[in-house]
Design a binder for this molecule. Structure first.
Ligand code: S3P
Length: 226
C-alpha cells in the first residue's frame, strides 16, 4: 500500500434492503466553490460510527481529480476538521484485495482494476456520511459518474498537469504514469469528465494543502454540507 494511503478504509460493506438508489436531482452544477442548482439533501444525519441499515442517500463528500491533485492530503485534513470518517478508495481496494494497486494492474491490467474500482465505489453507499478520496480514474466511465452522483457531493480538485506531476513523490506507485499512453493525453481526456462530475470545483494551482483545505471547507460550509 502506498504510504500515504494507509488507514481510511471503510468497514466491509453490508447488504441493505435499499440498494437501488435514485440518482440525486441534477440541475446545473456549480463551479468555483459553489454548488449551485442542486436539490438540498437532508442535513446532519449522523450514524455515530454505526453502519446504516440501508444504503446511504447521497450524503458523502467525494474528492476527484487527476493523480497528484491533492485528493489524499486534502481529504484527510477536511475529514478531521469536519469530524467525519475518511475513506480512501485506493487504500480500501488494496486492503480488500490484499495487493497493491500496482500489483492489480500487473495481474489484471487496467480493465481488471477498473472493475474492482467500480465495485468498491458502489459499496460506499452502505457507509455512513464520509469524506471520500477517489482514485484519479474514478470519473472515467459513465457508470462511475452515475455512482458518484448517487453517493453525494463531488468536489473536483483542479490542477495543472505540470504541478500534478511535480507533487507525486513516488511515480512508480501510479501504473498509468509508466504506461504506454502519454500522461498529457490521459489528462486532457479526463478534464471534461471531472468537470462533468463536479458539484464544486476548487482551483488548486499554486496553492499548498492549507490553502486548498480552507477553500474546500469554505465551499462545504457555504453549501451547508458540513
Ligand atoms: C489512477 C489513479 C490512482 C490509482 C490508480 C489509477 C488513475 O489514484 O487509483 O493508479 O487512473 O488516475 P490517485 O489519483 O490517488 O493517484
Amino acid at each position: 500500500m502506498s504510504e500515504d494511503k494507509q488507514q481510511a478504509q471503510p468497514q466491509t460493506p453490508q447488504g441493505g434492503q435499499d440498494a437501488g438508489k435514485e440518482p440525486k436531482q441534477g440541475g446545473r452544477r456549480g463551479r468555483g466553490g459553489s454548488a449551485r442548482g442542486r436539490g438540498r439533501r437532508p442535513q446532519g444525519r449522523r450514524h455515530a460510527g454505526k453502519q446504516p441499515a440501508v444504503a446511504n442517500k447521497g450524503e458523502h463528500i467525494l474528492f476527484v481529480g487527476f493523480m497528484g491533485s491533492g485528493k489524499t492530503s486534502v481529504s484527510r485534513v477536511v475529514a478531521k476538521r469536519a469530524g467525519l470518517p475518511l475513506i480512501d478508495i485506493d487504500a480500501y481496494i488494496e486492503k480488500t484485495q490484499g495487493r497493491s494497486i500496482k500489483q492489480i494492474f500487473a495481474d489484471e491490467g487496467e480493465e481488471g482494476f477498473r472493475r474492482i474500482e467500480t465495485q468498491a465505489m458502489a459499496a460506499l453507499a452502505y457507509e455512513p456520511k464520509s469524506i471520500i478520496s477517489c482514485g484519479g480514474g474514478a470519473c472515467n466511465s459513465a457508470i462511475n459518474r452515475g455512482i458518484l452522483k448517487a453517493l453525494g457531493t463531488v468536489v473536483y480538485l483542479k490542477v495543472p498537469l505540470e504541478e500534478a506531476i511535480a507533487r507525486i513523490s513516488d511515480p512508480s506507485t501510479r501504473p498509468l504514469l509508466n504506461g504506454e499512453r502519454p500522461v498529457r493525453e490521459i489528462y486532457e481526456e479526463r478534464m471534461p469528465l471531472y468537470r462533468d462530475a463536479a458539484d464544486i470545483t476548487i482551483n488548486t494551482a499554486g496553492k499548498g494543502i492549507g490553502g486548498n483545505v480552507s477553500q474546500v471547507i469554505g465551499a462545504l460550509r457555504r453549501n451547508k454540507l458540513i
